[in-house]
Structure formats: C-alpha cells, structure tokens
Design a protein around this ligand. Structure first.
Ligand SMILES: [Zn+2]
Ligand SMILES: [Zn+2]
Length: 371
C-alpha cells in the first residue's frame, strides 16, 4: 500500500512565496514515529534555505526545524516513546550513532549528520528526503525526538529547539553539566531572537549576565531578561570600562560584517569569544588581541542530544520563555516576510491549522485512555 500524503506549507523553488500543498509520506520504518505537529518555530535559517542563499536547498522544500507535536504512532522498535507523548525535534534528523561525537551526545557535530530538511535519511525502507515542520504531520526517527518536560508551554518549545539550544551550548561548555555560573561573567552581544534567550539562560546559571547593544534603549528590557547591566557598544568609554571583564562573550548578531577587534578586548585571559550567529562577510581580527590575552574564538552549529535534554530541563525548571509572535501554518509567508523585514519580536512560531489538531488530539486521548 502506498504511503499517504502529508499536507504541508511548501516552497516549489527559490524565493517563492510558497503555498499549502502535499507530499507523499515516506514508508514507516521500525524506528520511525509519526507525530502531529502542533507548533513549529521559524528560524532565520529557514529563510536562507527558502532563498537558497547557501546553495544547498532542494525543492520542493518544506522548512522548519523547531518542531513540537504529539506522537500518534510508533514503529515496532520504538520503546522509549508512546502514543500521546509530547515531543520536540530540532535541527538534526539522523546521525551515525557510532562516532565519538554521537557517543558523547554531540551528534550535531557528527560527520554524517543529516539536517531536518534538505538532507536524505536512510533506513530499511530506503533513502528518502526528510521534510521539516511546516508540515501537518511528520514521520521521523525516534532517536532525534525529545520528550518535552512539564512546565513548558507548547508554543514556546519550538524556538528552544534551535535558538535556545544554540545559545545554551557554549554556556554548558563553559560551566559544565552543573551549569553553576557563580563567579563568572558572561556577555551577550545582540539582543534579538538568540540573544534574548541567551541572557535568560546566563542569568539563571547565577553568572553575571551583561548585555551588549547599540544605544541604551534596550536597557530596561535586558534587565527584565536577567542582565545585571547593559553596555552601549557605541559608547567608547563604556566599552573600555568593560575590557577584560568577560569569561565568555556570546555573539548573537547575524549577517553583515562583524567587527571582531572591537569586541575581543572585552574577554579576559583564558576567556572565549563564541559565535552563535553567522556574519555574511569573513571575519578578520588582529592576532595580538588573541595572543597577548590567550583568548580563543569558537562557534557551534545548534546543540547535540545531551545539550538538548539539559536545555529543555533547565528551561522548564527556570521558566525560560522565548518571546514569540504566532501565525497559522497556512500563513507561513507572513511570518517569513516579518523575518525578512527584521520586524519579528523575537521569534515567529507557526500553529498548525492545516489539519484539525484538536480533533486528532481528542481522538488520540480517548483511544489512549481506553487502552
Ligand atoms: Zn534554526
Ligand atoms: Zn556520528
């Protein structure tokens, strides 16, 4: 029997507006899970892929890698999840499960990782293009799904799965699994989709969180997010006063040119400047600024499975919440336009209106209770 079709918001080619359409679902593998998508965050990376900015896109494209939903069916080898479980999925859809990175829960760095859309995944049913969370339903390997802990709002989970774990990764790398930040000072540069989450995570570790932003207009807001103080990056005296104070500077700005030399002196000896956002232009820096203070520069692509689990638990425990704007799945183009315009505050989230989610969940719940 042929697999059913899945309704999704799809993009037929580069820079198109997209529309509600359908693709044929891959055959069910033993390790697959079906889920009904409730919400899916929209990330700037989705827009890059819709536009084929990085030359890696494949069409028709179903974007979306900040996914939350409920399990509706499990494959014969899936023991860890059951029908009705609330699960989340991020950027990685498959990895080798054998290499050093996979063994250490850093599968985001696996050489054979497959991203949630634009890559193929392989199982006993063959090789199939993996589709993203602009879909109504998803069929995907259970090993890249994460149970959502109690205490998180469903519509907040999506942005945590990419933006959240991306900024959480360097914090955990600095502080270790205890996530005890007492005595440390961590700066966050750029208070947008990534930065507003980074400030919340940093402050909840007990570290001193310092916001870096152009001007002072975000001062009250960053204090609300947990910053101890804000440094105006356009004020040379304020910047100089902050030199050598940071154990880590998390750079959350994206696009354009990044003035590395302006920010490296903020980092103290043995400290680290960490890039979570990607500038358009290559970065140049003066080597002496690294050498004379023994500073390192690093970056990370999303987080691995260990980071993701720890991040979800930490966010639930400490009430970390993205600030979101909601759109229906069928109007994904409106969310994308606001991201293109730079007017989204701070993350866009799609709510599945492609199928009757409530009816499905009620049916699931009834069926589940009867069992
Ligand atoms: Zn993303
Ligand atoms: Zn691997």
């Amino acid at each position: 029997m042929a697999s059913p079709y899945t309704v999704a918001y799809m993009f037929p080619d580069a820079k198109s507006v997209g529309s509600v359409s359908a693709f044929r679902t891959k055959p069910m593998a033993k390790t697959d899970v079906d889920l009904i998508v409730t919400y899916c965050g929209v990330c700037h990376t989705d827009v890059h892929f819709i536009d084929n900015d990085w030359g890696m896109s494949r069409y028709p494209l179903v974007p979306g890698h900040e996914i939350v939903g409920h399990v509706t069916r499990v494959g014969t080898e899936v023991k860890e999840l059951k029908v009705g479980d609330q699960v989340a999925m991020g950027c990685v859809a498959q990895s080798c499960y054998k290499c050093e990175c996979c063994q250490k829960g850093r599968d985001n760095l696996c050489a054979d990782r497959r991203f949630t859309y634009f890559h193929d995944t392989t199982d006993e049913t063959g090789t199939h293009r993996h589709m993203g969370g602009f879909s109504s339903f998803m069929r995907t390997d259970y090993r890249k799904l994460y149970k959502v802990p109690r205490g998180l709002e469903q519509n907040h989970v999506g942005p945590l799965m990419c933006a959240g774990v991306t900024v959480f990764e360097p914090i955990r790398n600095l502080l270790g699994d205890s996530l005890d930040g007492k005595g440390k000072t961590i700066g966050v540069l750029g208070i947008g989709g990534l930065g507003h989450l980074a400030l919340q995570f940093v402050s909840k570790t007990g570290a001193t969180a310092v916001a870096f932003s152009r001007g002072k207009k975000k001062e009250e807001f960053t204090k609300f997010l947990g910053a101890s103080y804000l440094v105006d990056t356009t004020n040379a005296d304020a910047m100089q006063a902050a030199y050598g104070t940071l154990d880590q500077l998390i750079v959350c700005t994206s696009g354009g040119t990044f003035e590395c030399d302006k920010f490296l002196p903020l980092v103290k000896p043995f400290g680290n400047m960490h890039l979570c956002g990607i500038p358009d232009a290559p970065i140049t820096f003066t080597a002496q600024l690294l050498v004379f203070s023994r500073i390192s520069i690093s970056g990370n692509p999303t987080g691995g499975s260990t980071d993701t689990k720890l991040m979800l638990e930490f966010a639930a425990k400490h009430g970390i919440e993205p600030i979101i704007e909601e759109f229906p799945h069928s109007k994904a183009h409106e969310a994308i336009q606001k991201i293109r315009d730079g007017t989204i505050r701070f993350r866009a989230v799609l709510k599945n209106d492609l199928v009757d989610v409530e009816e499905t969940l009620t049916a699931l719940n009834n069926g589940y209770v009867k069992l």
